[in-house]
Design a protein around this ligand. Structure first.
Ligand code: SF4
Length: 429
């Protein structure tokens, strides 16, 4: 296994590296996809997409073949009569929502999710949400956000959803004697959240998570909040929380041993936990993770990888694969490069890593063909054509659906890349 290169203040990596910016045709999923992991997390929420049959199919296929006794997302279909202006879409929406809430008293938070069709007919979902909230509060809160696919990428759905929830968070009372409160922001699988809670608790820290599992338990926010991002695609949410006074903790993301260690250390430092206590709390999981990762180092070390922009997780994952597993980064493409939130990650990327932001898909495919990487990370739409050209691919959407954060998941993250390479080897044998 490759030794982890410690970060020194002098490390610049790709902090100031030039970035190829492309603004051409894009091959990405829309923000509706976020509903798949958000509905699992907030267990009393319901996501009602106001969209077309295409939107309904997209969510269904992203969700895979799931049979729900009581599904927690659905699509209110905008049909030809709505599009032609023959029906009052607001009246229809009110009727659909009333029927839904009558049938489902378990729903406490309802999101009206905008789509391309609802935007085309200029249906004002924020007014609809206000109107419906007035009618159904206190039992149901109705909010809205847009999951529309125009010029977005699929993880932006979570950002838009959480940003819509920020104004609903209670105020954290200001007091000079009150210690700061730590808030981890970004959807994490429950198993990861439980592990993180245990590790913070071993350091003597109480922590809140946003989004919470229950919409009735929204964390308070204010100037005493220290916000620790768990996902790199939450620019709007972080801005909204900062607007409420929260202060962001600068940290890399909790991917791999190195990223997870630095993430916990950054939070602990801001919260005044002595370094020895942090080291003690992290020692055992770090050791387990290093041992588990060693299994994959041989399969991945020296192999080359090319990232198409899709999930916005590309930079931290590339950093993990390069530094902890010795992979060679041929291009790291990301839909948006948030320099501030990714500052530590960029500094950790090997110097000279080609970076690109946005997409001109044809040109990028040409670069990928020329580079002949051992593995390509891309969206579903590009995977099959690239596989048919003999390239090995990994769907970027899996990186969001799979628990990958933290020490216990570091080897699972490595395995996501090792498995397709092994499969290709077996096919070639
Ligand atoms: S891109 Fe637009 S029309 Fe297509 S599924 Fe997404 S919101 Fe619906």
């Amino acid at each position: 296994m490759n030794a982890v290169i410690p970060l020194h203040l002098a490390d610049a990596g790709c902090a100031d590296a030039p970035v190829l910016r492309e603004r051409g045709q894009r091959e990405v999923f829309c923000g509706l996809t976020g509903i798949i992991w958000l509905h699992r997390k907030i267990q009393d929420a319901f996501f009602l997409v106001v969209g077309s049959r295409t939107c309904a199919h997209l969510i269904q296929s992203a969700a895979g073949v799931m049979i729900f006794a009581e599904p927690r997302f659905a699509t209110a279909i905008i049909d030809e009569r709505d599009l032609a202006g023959l029906a009052d879409a607001n009246e229809e929406l009110d009727r659909v929502v009333s029927r839904l809430l009558e049938r489902r008293p378990d729903i406490r938070l309802l999101f009206l999710v905008g789509s391309c069709p609802s935007e085309v007919i200029k249906l004002d979902l924020s007014r609809a949400a206000q109107r419906l909230s007035q009618r159904f509060l206190p039992s149901v809160r109705v909010l809205n956000y847009s999951g529309s696919g125009i010029e977005t990428t699929f993880t932006q759905g979570e950002d838009a959803c959480l940003a819509a929830l920020v104004p609903e968070l209670p105020e954290l009372p200001e007091s000079p004697t009150q210690a700061p409160q730590l808030l981890v922001v970004g959807t994490l699988a429950d198993v990861v959240e439980d592990q993180f809670r245990r590790l913070f608790s071993a350091m003597g820290l109480q922590v809140n998570f946003f989004p919470p599992r229950n919409s009735q338990a929204l964390p308070a926010v204010g100037p005493g909040t220290r916000l620790l991002l768990a996902q790199p695609f939450l620019g709007d949410t972080a801005r909204a929380l900062e607007g409420r006074g929260a202060q962001r903790v600068a940290a890399p993301f909790p991917l791999g041993v190195e990223g997870s260690t630095a993430w916990f250390e950054a939070a602990a430092q801001v919260m005044g936990v002595p370094p020895e206590r942090v080291a003690q709390a992290l020692a055992a999981p770090q050791e387990r993770a290093r041992q588990a990762l060693a299994r994959h180092a041989q399969a991945l070390g020296g192999r080359s990888i090319f990232f198409f922009p899709d999930s916005q997780l590309e930079v931290p994952i590339a950093r993990f694969l390069a530094r902890e597993l010795g992979m060679r980064l041929l291009e790291v493409g990301t839909p948006y490069l948030h320099r501030q939130h990714l500052a530590q990650e960029l500094a950790w990327l090997p110097e000279g890593t080609p970076l690109s932001e946005g997409q001109d898909v044809e040109r990028q495919i040409e670069r990928c063909r020329a580079a002949r990487p051992d593995i390509v990370v891309c969206g579903l739409g590009l995977a099959n054509p690239l596989e048919s050209e003999g390239l090995t691919t990994k769907w970027s959407i899996e990186l969001v659906f799979t628990p990958i954060q933290g020490f216990e998941q570091a080897a699972d993250l490595a395995e996501l890349f090792a498995r397709p390479l092994l499969r290709r080897q077996l096919l070639a044998a």
